[in-house]
Design a protein around this ligand. Structure first.
Ligand SMILES: *Cc1c(COP(=O)(O)O)cnc(C)c1O
Length: 375
């Protein structure tokens, strides 16, 4: 592991967070070890309860990862071989590869350049007789513009599955992510705003039917113990992860608030810097800044300059999904989804985590202005 001196700043420092909650975490893990109950016990049940309350849904179902949450949600909504599912072209691959895994086809929509999220105005030409669902992604911690997406989905009889992996706690007109569509999917990958110490995910819904289906799907499709009526998976959240996540959930709102403060400071320091476009906070709700992502020209050179000054930065994501090798057969060419492509070439995420200091934020902002002027 690199040593972080005062002037080197990592993209994320999970050790700083662990140091602040170490005793609570160790007590929670020890309680699970003492119980010797590791799968679907009281910790998972309690976390499901707490997260459904936090997000504002009737039900929550713990699964093995955010990817599995999307997979089981799609399957529970009836997506099968030959169907089509609309996803934004600018997101993590998991949003689309779950669609392919079910034998369905992802249909890529371009994004709104201001928010990096699915542009509702681009949906219409993408719908066919085979379209079954839309997966809006709340990228970097800000929700997609859900109202027009939901309205479009109603008009075309499509399911809406939120990919809320990066946005736990974010709001849209006062409602939290996970409760905005028909089904919401969370990820507890360690680097997410609510990260476990391994893989984990959660499905949120208000629908009793979907709730029952997903609960059965994560357990081999069992309708009662050792009786299976349909195809399912083994996709469960561990007790140890749930116990860790319950501790961290108690801190989440503070952490998200601090992320917003840091992001506000970055924007204040960067908005007058020529060549840097800070992220826009849309008027419809609260951003939880999973990432603080700017646009810069000559992005790769800027990133190298920053690295030279000891500052880590990350490109989420360098290749839009429609141009990924796995989707070559869909026949997209560069130029077909311009905003997704432009975002892929311009985006740069700066270090942002709750344990950073204001001095570090200032140091990064200063280094970025230098890097942009020299790149
Ligand atoms: C992290 C992430 C996922 C997948 O979650 P895992 O828990 O890693 O499987 C899906 N979509 C987006 C947008 C993500 O950021």
């Amino acid at each position: 592991m690199p040593i972080h001196t005062a002037n080197t700043i990592p993209a994320l420092d999970l050790r700083a967070q662990y140091a602040s909650i170490r005793e609570e975490i160790q007590a929670a893990i020890n309680a699970v070890l003492d119980s010797q109950i590791f799968i679907l016990g009281s910790q998972v049940q309690a976390l499901e309860q707490e997260l459904s309350t936090f997000c504002g849904t009737r039900f929550a179902i713990g699964v093995a990862s955010g990817t599995d949450a999307l997979l089981l949600a799609l399957y529970a909504c009836g997506v099968r071989r030959g169907d089509e599912v609309i996803v934004p072209a600018f997101t993590y691959i998991a949003t689309a590869d779950v669609v392919s895994l079910l034998g369905a086809t992802p249909v890529f929509a371009d994004i709104d350049p201001a928010t990096f999220t699915l542009d509702p105005a681009k949906l219409k030409p993408l719908v066919t007789k085979r379209t079954r669902a839309i997966i809006p992604v709340h990228l970097y911690g800000q929700t997609a513009d859900m109202e027009p997406i939901l309205e479009f989905a109603r008009a075309h009889d499509l399911h809406v599955i939120e990919d809320a992996a990066q946005a736990i706690g974010a709001t849209y007109h006062g409602k939290r992510v996970g409760a905005l569509g028909e089904v919401g999917c969370l990820s507890f990958y360690p680097t997410k705003n609510l990260g476990g110490y391994g893989d984990g995910g959660m499905i949120l819904t208000n629908s009793p039917e979907l709730h029952e289906k997903v609960r059965s799907l994560r357990m081999h499709g069992e309708c009662r113990k050792y009786v299976t009526a349909e195809q399912g998976w083994n996709s469960r959240l561990d007790e140890i992860q749930a116990a860790i996540l319950r501790v961290k959930l108690r801190h989440l709102e503070d952490w998200n608030k601090t992320r917003r403060t840091h992001a506000g400071n970055y924007t204040r320091l960067l908005q007058a810097v020529t060549g840097v476009t800070p992220p826009k906070v849309a008027g419809w709700g609260e951003h939880v800044f999973h990432q603080y992502t700017v646009r810069v020209p000559h992005r790769d050179r800027v990133q190298k300059e920053l690295a030279g000054q000891g500052i880590a930065s990350t490109v989420y994501y360098p290749v839009p999904l429609h141009l990924q090798p796995i989707y070559r057969s869909l026949g997209h060419r560069p130029g077909s989804l311009r905003e997704a492509e432009r975002a892929s070439s311009e985006c740069l995420s700066l270090p942002l985590y709750p344990e950073m200091t204001s001095e570090q934020i200032e140091h990064v902002a200063q280094a970025l202005s230098t890097a942009v002027s020299e790149a």
